[in-house]
Design a protein around this ligand. Structure first.
Ligand code: COA
Length: 375
């Protein structure tokens, strides 16, 4: 017998510290001036290209991002450091990702009116894991006091939607009754803050989604009508950091490719058509069209990108509220972005309303979740 899977709760953990574009640009420009002064001879000899200043106007215009939340601000804004500074935690203390994920998971459980005993599985789906093993998901499972099983998965920006597909498929088939899909994203630790092309892109956050059998829901819920995932290999968003690093010549050096790298314009050009087509064919296959969708909760990377997708899918400029953005406040939080948007902009849904969550990014990967409100 096939069961109906439903989203019954969501939770968002937002770090306390904010970096505004103004603070970011001041720090970057001080770093650029310092680097240029230290390398004045090499620059004069033509052996090195001088770093150019960043600008608030460019960032807002190119991305729509106005600020970002971060776990640590001091290191990122120190021109002599330019990355987050985190304290070393002993192994018997919860890891940072587990702590963030635990907070978001508790909020999702509270919203659903459920407790750890109601959860059968924990999936930690994020673009980076802070260690190789044991799985962060199992640590969160332990912190929550959940029986059953847990595992980590990584599909970069699409980790949350792919995680929701995995969880809802298990619920539908009957192997579990419920799962928490948790997305702790510490993007500040894999962003290259010394590169003006991308230093404004990311922020930190954690989201959690509780998925249960619809019949177990304690209140109103979003039925998961269907999910769709697709991937196409591309090197245009890439990070070469990994466990083989120590074994390779120059592996442990401070190399640019050990942080987030992207060919932003190509990403823009190649991902947009993929996403627009993906969404349209997903809803069409469900016998729906864009008029049936009350809202799109899109991945939060770039405002122009979302405006384009909204317009392409709806066939017109979206009305206010049809395609809300949170990227102006949070920046790109990788897999968590579409879930933050869903969590913040779904309370007004009435019985029978349809909406679609869609993420996209490195891989390339695209994941969509079509939901229908039951109030
Ligand atoms: N401040 C001032 N100028 C800057 C700058 C900064 N911080 N960063 C780049 N510039 C300059 C560039 O050097 C370039 O100068 P040039 O024309 O002399 O070469 C110019 O501004 C335009 O740069 P470009 O990279 O073409 O900007 P863009 O308008 O295409 O926007 C992105 C860049 C990254 C915001 C955009 O391409 C994008 O959002 N891509 C997709 C991102 C995405 O979704 N990534 C997924 C990550 S998971």
């Amino acid at each position: 017998m096939e069961h109906i899977a439903a989203i019954t709760g969501t939770g968002v953990f937002t770090p306390e510290k904010i970096i505004t574009n103004a603070e970011l640009v001041t720090a970057f420009n001080a770093y650029a001036d310092k680097t240029n002064a230290e390398n004045a001879d090499a620059i004069a000899a033509g052996d090195m290209v001088a770093l150019e200043h960043s600008s608030e106007e460019f960032i807002t215009k190119a991305s729509g991002i106005e600020q970002r939340f971060v776990i640590d601000k001091s290191g990122i804004l120190d021109p002599a450091v330019m990355h987050p500074l985190l304290r070393q935690r002993p192994d018997d203390e919860p890891s940072l990702m587990a702590e963030m994920g635990f907070d978001a998971a508790q909020k999702a459980l509270t919203q659903a009116g459920k407790g750890p005993a109601d959860v059968d599985a924990v999936i930690c789906a994020a673009s980076n894991m802070e260690r190789a093993y044991p799985a962060v998901a199992i640590e969160i499972q332990d912190l929550l006091g959940v029986d059953g099983f847990a595992f980590d998965m990584n599909v970069a920006c699409s980790s949350a939607t792919f995680g929701i597909q995995a969880a809802s498929d298990m619920i539908r088939s009957g192997s579990i009754r419920s799962a928490l899909v948790i997305n702790p994203e510490i993007c500040s630790a894999h962003l290259e803050w010394r590169d003006r092309d991308c230093h404004f892109i990311f922020g930190d956050v954690a989201t959690a989604t509780l998925i249960e059998r619809a019949e177990d829901a304690a209140g109103s819920y979003f039925e998961i009508k269907s999910t769709r995932c697709s991937t196409v290999f591309s090197n245009n968003i890439r990070n070469n950091n990994g466990f083989l690093r120590r074994s390779r010549p120059d592996g442990v050096k401070d190399r640019r490719d050990m942080q987030f790298m992207q060919n932003g314009r190509k990403v823009f050009k190649e991902v947009l058509p993929l996403v627009a087509k993906h969404i349209s064919s997903h809803i069409e296959d469900e016998g729906l069209n864009s008029d049936n969708l009350k809202r799109l909760w899109l991945h939060q990377a770039n405002k122009a990108m979302n405006d384009f997708i909204g317009k392409k899918v709806l066939g017109r400029t979206p009305e206010p509220g049809e395609q809300p953005n949170i990227l102006q406040d949070y920046a790109n939080t990788s897999s968590a972005g579409s879930i933050i948007t869903f969590a913040k902009y779904s309370g007004d849904f009435q019985d029978g309303d349809y909406g679609l969550i869609c993420s996209f990014g490195a891989g390339y990967s695209v994941g969509s979740v079509l939901v229908r409100r039951h109030a």
